[in-house]
Design a protein around this ligand. Structure first.
Ligand SMILES: Nc1nc2c(ncn2[C@@H]2O[C@H](COP(=O)(O)OP(=O)(O)OP(=O)(O)O)[C@@H](O)[C@H]2O)c(=O)[nH]1
Ligand SMILES: [Mg+2]
Length: 211
């Protein structure tokens, strides 16, 4: 059944490549900079933003997307649906939000919504043509969350690009990210400061070819 579905999708893509919009998901652990990156791309090409960025984890708790985003790279042009997803975590503790001065009731509500958000993120994988996994380059890449996300993408045959974000920070270690994901292309960027976005766009076009 899955093989048939993949085949049909591939044939459809082949025939309608020019008109089609590519669903591009931004996945990763909380706080890695998914919304920052999605906003930057959106701003670059439409002038608008997708959602709110915050230093508190689980800021995005619902899928948010922007359709018909046309990106140009070296005389080529592709249309994307950019899908920003809630950060995926293996453990959500409302007390962590309280440590950041949130009241108990509000923290519990945020934790509940964050859990629901993770479920939504996973459900939306079915709609993705390609996924950008955004990781924080200052954090240990060998985490349960990263393994779970990548495993899910492999099993669904979804093309992947890994973004090592926050390379403006001293602690950022791209080599470590590359070593953790040897089968994948890794692009180091700073979503906040717009560093290395050219290489990112080049990689996105390469990724689109695999869809
Ligand atoms: N130094 C630095 N900080 C960044 C960068 N990108 C994002 N941040 C910061 O990291 C924090 C989290 O950014 P978000 O874009 O909200 O992260 P997210 O992955 O969408 O987080 P959730 O929605 O909670 O899953 C914010 O304080 C951002 O300003 C970057 O390239 N460099
Ligand atoms: Mg977000």
């Amino acid at each position: 059944m899955k093989i048939l579905k993949d085949f049909t999708k591939r044939m459809f893509n082949l025939f309608f490549k020019r008109k089609r919009e590519i669903s591009l998901g931004f996945y990763g652990p909380p706080n890695s900079g998914k919304t920052s990156l999605a906003n930057r791309i959106c701003k670059d090409w439409t002038g608008e933003e997708i959602g709110k960025v915050s230093k508190m984890a689980h800021e995005t708790r619902n899928i948010q997307f922007k359709e018909e985003v046309e990106i140009k790279y070296k005389e080529k042009s592709l249309k994307f649906k950019l899908v920003d997803t809630p950060g995926i975590a293996t453990k959500i503790d409302y007390e962590d939000f309280m440590k950041m001065k949130m009241k108990k009731k509000q923290a519990q509500k945020r934790a509940k919504e964050a859990t629901q958000g993770i479920i939504e993120s996973i459900q939306w994988l079915d709609d993705m043509d390609a996924v950008v996994v955004v990781v924080d380059a200052t954090q240990n890449p060998y985490s349960q969350v990263n393994i779970t996300i990548i495993g899910n993408l492999i099993s669904r045959n979804i093309p992947v690009l890994i973004v090592a974000n926050k390379i403006d920070l001293k602690k950022a270690d791209i080599k470590k990210i590359e070593a953790a994901f040897p089968e994948y292309e890794v692009v180091g960027i700073s979503a906040r400061y717009g560093k290395n976005m050219d290489e990112f766009y080049e990689s996105i076009f390469k990724l689109a070819k695999k869809t």
